[in-house]
Design a binder for this molecule. Structure first.
Ligand code: ZN
Ligand code: ZN
Length: 108
């Protein structure tokens, strides 16, 4: 899960946390950015971890929760460890494979 945490980013348009499928780029959304963190300066500081205590705590909690919410919607390939959406994931593979790894194996 810690690896996935790094993939969770801010989506400035919707003011939500999101992560992209590493193959097709489809976005999956998590929670909204807490209201207290939404100023441009505050938000930049929150990302760096240098915001004031309250904003930082709200931000960290929302990001951690979003990571869990998004991770449920996405799949991690057991071969290359990419995080991908349902469309790019093959559940029929014994371990679970992304569409890239799926192709590789059928070529062999
Ligand atoms: Zn995808
Ligand atoms: Zn893969």
């Amino acid at each position: 899960m810690r690896q996935f945490y790094k993939n969770v980013k801010l989506d400035a348009e919707t003011m939500r946390f999101c992560a992209e499928c590493e193959i097709c780029g489809k976005k999956e959304y998590g929670l909204k950015i807490p209201f207290l963190c939404r100023g441009i300066r505050t938000l930049t500081r929150c990302e760096k971890g240098t915001a004031n205590k309250i904003s930082q705590a709200l931000y960290n909690r929302a990001k951690a929760n979003s990571t869990q919410v998004i991770a449920i919607k996405m799949n991690q390939c057991k071969h290359c460890y990419l995080w991908v959406c349902d469309n790019c994931y093959d559940n029929k593979d014994e371990y679970g494979a992304c569409s890239k790894c799926e192709k590789k194996e059928s070529e062999v």
